[in-house]
Design a protein around this ligand. Structure first.
Ligand code: APR
Length: 242
């Protein structure tokens, strides 16, 4: 009953909102079969993401880091967007102002048709040269280990923001602007422990937005948001936007 009332309240807010911002994390892609980072299936050969997704790990053992990315690229290549990804792409087309901030690097939002988005942690289908900085799309699966730059032969790395690295200024600026000007912020499937995204809910709240969380579990954001809906992204998000 309480949950139904909450869902109706969120639907009503969304129905009259002209500016909506959405923040997504690994939970939305979990419904497409992509393992989350902090879930039970997030380990690879007993390494955690924090052990591999760092510049130090890459400097120490680029082969190991690339093997992990090869595993993830092979897995993600077989996955498709789910209904939650598709309804967010529809929402973007219906609204005057919409911005999607995703921490996911899998490219599933773009595959679903989203265009107004910042992939703040990068994209697993892009590579960057550690010598000349050139960025290219690369969808080869499996990628040759170790991959090298076609322009200068330097070592390529995934075009991903690793722990300890800064987000692109443009992505941050666009994200904060979208957080400050939205009427509704939807936070979908993120554990809310990795910064800066972990600080986005209070920013939107302080600017007057109605903030909604959709997650299987409680998170640090649960305390901050106006409504927290427990459930699977692929079920709850389409229900909110139907
Ligand atoms: N529907 C909704 N939420 C879900 C679902 C689902 N089907 N499945 C899992 N979740 C929730 C979990 O309860 C958890 O809160 O999704 C969240 C996933 O959390 P993480 O694995 O920590 O992923 P995320 O928050 O995206 O991680 C942030 O950390 O490792 C880095 O750079 C990486 O972008 C990543 C960042």
């Amino acid at each position: 009953m309480q949950a139904e009332r909450s869902i109706s309240a969120v639907k009503a807010r969304l129905a009259r909102a002209r500016a909506v911002t959405v923040l997504t994390g690994a939970g939305i892609s979990a419904d497409s079969g992509v393992p989350t980072f902090r879930g039970a299936d997030g380990l690879w050969r007993n390494f955690r993401a924090e052990d591999l997704a760092t510049p130090e790990a890459f400097a120490r053992d680029p082969r190991l880091v690339w093997e992990w990315y090869n595993w993830r690229r092979e897995l993600i290549a077989t996955k498709s967007p789910n209904p939650a990804h598709y309804v967010l792409a529809d929402l973007e087309r219906r609204l005057e102002r919409f911005w999607l901030i995703t921490q996911n690097v899998d490219g599933l939002h773009r595959a679903a048709g989203s265009q107004q988005l910042s992939e703040i942690h990068g994209n697993i289908w892009k590579v960057r040269c550690t010598r000349c900085g050139r960025v290219d799309e690369n969808r080869t699966v499996p990628i040759a280990i170790l991959p090298s730059c076609t322009a200068c032969n330097g070592l390529l790395r995934p075009h991903i923001v690793w722990f300890g690295e800064s987000l692109a200024t443009e992505d941050l600026d666009r994200s904060y602007e979208a957080l400050r000007r939205c009427e509704v912020l939807l936070i979908i499937g993120t554990s809310g422990v990795v910064y800066p995204a972990a600080s986005f809910a209070p920013v939107a709240k302080a600017a007057g937005a109605f903030v909604v969380e959709i997650n299987l579990d409680a998170t640090p954001n649960t305390e901050v948001v106006d409504v927290s809906l427990q459930g699977r992204a692929k079920e709850v998000v389409p229900e909110l936007l139907s």
